[in-house]
Design a protein around this ligand. Structure first.
Ligand code: MSP
Length: 644
């Protein structure tokens, strides 16, 4: 049944570097929504792509010693490979260096200029290169870029401006008339109060300070501001042109939703609608701003040594487990968190113990008691109605939650059905029923209900974990996999046989895997390192004062069997209690190089378990050139002395 068209997009990723797992969240989330809508019968068009112009990219290419085009070609392939690795089903992948896009953007710019929505003037202001944005003094925060906290440079140049101010009232009215346009509500308030209501200033939409951009067709030396170029992708990908648009545009525009990160909601809810108003085109129905995925509680960056990449995770856990983690970990408005420890924990508890176990036990029992045959539900008993009612209710719940983009809550609801089904096994005790032949009809019913509940789970899971769903369908031996078949409990055919049981997720030995991660996954080289180094956040003196640094002497030191990179140090920090610290310096130091020397220890670091060792603190060491590391020795200082 065709329910109409549904056009969904991600932000297009910068080709400044290979994306980390945080950047990957968005494409997986959008893919899950696109798959879900397709399953419901919508005619979906799912767009993603890469944002390949701008000064930052020009500089990254210079650092890498290649042309900007060579640079973006390489990173584009890495980004696309990750999208494909994660099994995302985009209908189109646009690159902003695609010729048709560049030509359409030039025409858009020219049209806006000819109708006086863009005008030429002179810009004098403060420019943030990584954000490609101009700021006024009053917009700076502590003298730095309000978006990224980096230094800004005074810049003066002739430039073109887009008349945002002209559209202020029209934008406010549109937001008022379309209360769900900026979604969720918290992001809408932020946009209205912080950016729109204080008054919009005309936006500088061309640059002369660099070359790597789409040229303004009628003025040599000017290139089009990267956000005008990038935002246009949502329509150029469908064949839009001010001269006349193609079939795809007529069919799919306006977008039903743009899925974007919280940092770029502003561009999508101010610049983009105003561009479209000026062009006389329909506005998108909704912009959903999602939170970010952090490493623990930190932003991921190479300089912090905490970058996690999707391909590393897929090698360790498989595609669907990575998709599951990303989608289930992100709360609705606050940021989500990822660490190797939490992925393993969730893998074992949710995937291996709850879903894997349910399928495994049910298939094994069907083989054992009925030679694999699915019997009809001939004898109802306790708990049956509760299970079937929950299955049907879960379908409605997931539907409602996904309309609000509450992805992790939707997954939680599906997991809850799996938990309820596991409980149903404990309540109905099939192994006891199997002891008496007269219970055959009841036992058959119990297994039927379990298999049917698993079928519900697999269909509902399929947008999130497509391969897992497929494997479950094969194991329960069903081809009834449509969304419509979930309208009532009991569509599973009887008299057929279940397939061969295969474990979906093998339990992971956390300690062993963490040791493997420690010894095999190294931070990958970042071809645009400069930006990362500049990205280290500044802290106030009060933040530094929170760190308790002490002089301690190394009284003992030994290797850790399961972790080639770690040494286990015993320290005397003057407190009277020996302190254990695991330190990743085994590559550079032998125990005898350390014993008897004094080091600086971070004494109030939260204890952490590293490969089975409870590590209470961290010793200071310096990164030297050529991959060398030197421990900071302070043999001349007194044990216990505080370092400030
Ligand atoms: N090129 C612009 C978008 C232009 S859209 C017309 C851009 N690119 S980006 O590569 O920096 O980010 C792509 C998307 O990933 C953005 O929506 C951004 O918010 C999101 N994320 C970046 N880091 C993220 C996390 N750590 N976690 C979740 N999403 C993250 O912005």
């Amino acid at each position: 049944m065709n329910k109409g068209k549904y056009y969904i997009t991600t932000a297009i990723a910068y080709t400044s570097r290979k994306p980390h797992i945080g950047n990957t969240y968005e494409i997986v989330m959008t893919d899950a929504l696109a798959r879900y809508k397709r399953m419901q019968g919508y005619d979906v068009f799912f767009l993603t792509g890469t944002d390949e112009h701008g000064q930052k990219i020009e500089e990254c290419a210079k650092v890498a010693g290649v042309s900007p085009k060579e640079y973006v070609d390489k990173v584009y392939s890495e980004i696309k490979d990750i999208c494909d690795l994660l099994n995302t089903t985009y209908d189109k992948f646009i690159r902003t260096t695609d010729k048709y896009h560049e030509e359409a953007v030039q025409k858009i710019f020219k049209k806006l200029y000819e109708q006086d929505d863009i005008y030429k003037s002179e810009y004098e202001g403060l420019y943030c290169t990584p954000c490609e944005s101009f700021w006024t003094n009053s917009q700076l925060v502590d003298g730095k870029c309000p978006d990224c906290g980096r230094e800004v440079c005074p810049t003066k140049e002739e430039a073109y401006f887009l008349r945002l101010s002209k559209y202020q009232k029209q934008l406010e009215k549109f937001i008022e008339d379309n209360p769900n346009y900026i979604y969720p509500e918290s992001r809408k308030k932020e946009m209205l109060n912080n950016f729109i209501k204080p008054g919009l200033q005309d936006l500088c939409v061309s640059r002369t300070s660099f070359k790597w951009g789409i040229p303004v067709s009628f003025d040599d030396g000017h290139v089009i501001y990267v956000w005008i170029d990038a935002l246009s992708n949502y329509i150029t990908a469908l064949g839009y042109s001010p001269d006349g648009s193609g079939e795809l545009y007529n069919k799919y525009w306006p977008a039903d939703v743009h899925i974007v990160g919280k940092d770029i909601v502003r561009f999508h809810t101010i610049y983009w609608p105003i561009m479209l108003m000026a062009l006389g085109e329909t506005l998108p129905k909704q912009v959903f701003g999602h939170p970010w995925l952090l490493f623990g509680t930190d932003k991921m960056s190479k300089s912090r040594g905490n970058v996690i990449y999707a391909d590393d995770l897929v090698k360790l856990f498989g595609v669907d487990a990575v998709r599951y983690y990303l989608l289930s970990e992100m709360p609705y408005t606050s940021d989500g968190s990822i660490t190797y420890e939490t992925i393993i924990e969730r893998y074992n508890s949710d995937l291996a113990n709850t879903i894997g176990n349910l399928v495994n036990r049910t298939i094994a029992m069907t083989h054992k008691y009925f030679d694999g045959e699915i019997l009809p539900p001939a004898e109802k008993g306790d708990f049956d109605d509760e299970l079937s009612a929950l299955a049907v209710k879960t379908v409605e719940k997931v539907e409602k939650l996904l309309l609000e983009y509450r992805i992790s809550d939707a997954l939680d609801a599906i997991l809850n059905l799996a938990k309820r089904s596991n409980k149903y096994i404990d309540e109905t005790t099939p192994w006891i029923l199997a002891n008496d032949d007269s219970n055959k009809a009841r036992l058959g019913t119990v297994l039927y209900n379990l298999l049917e509940s698993i079928r519900f789970i697999a269909i509902l899971l399929s947008p999130f974990m497509p391969d897992t769903a497929q494997s479950i369908f094969e194991q329960i031996g069903t081809d009834i996999t449509s969304y419509d078949s979930l309208s009532s409990f009991g569509a599973l055919k009887t008299g057929e046989k279940v397939g061969v049981g295969k474990p979906l997720f093998n339990r992971i030995d956390a300690e062993k895997m963490l040791a493997e991660i420690e010894s095999t996954i190294k931070p990958q080289e970042d071809i645009c390192e400069k930006e990362e180094v500049e990205g280290i956040a500044q802290i106030g003196i009060e933040d530094f004062a929170k760190v308790d640094l002490r002089v301690a002497s190394v009284t003992n030191c030994e290797p850790i069997k399961r972790a080639k990179k770690l040494l286990k140090l015993t320290l005397d920090d003057g407190s009277g209690t020996p302190r254990t610290v695991a330190s990743g310096i085994a590559q550079w130091y032998k125990p005898e190089d350390l014993i008897g020397h004094k080091v600086i220890v971070v004494a109030n670091l939260k204890p952490a378990k590293l490969c089975g060792v409870e590590s209470c603190g961290m010793i200071l060491a310096a990164d030297c050139s050529n991959d060398d590391v030197s421990v900071v020795f302070v043999d001349n200082l007194e044990v216990g002395a505080k370092v400030r």
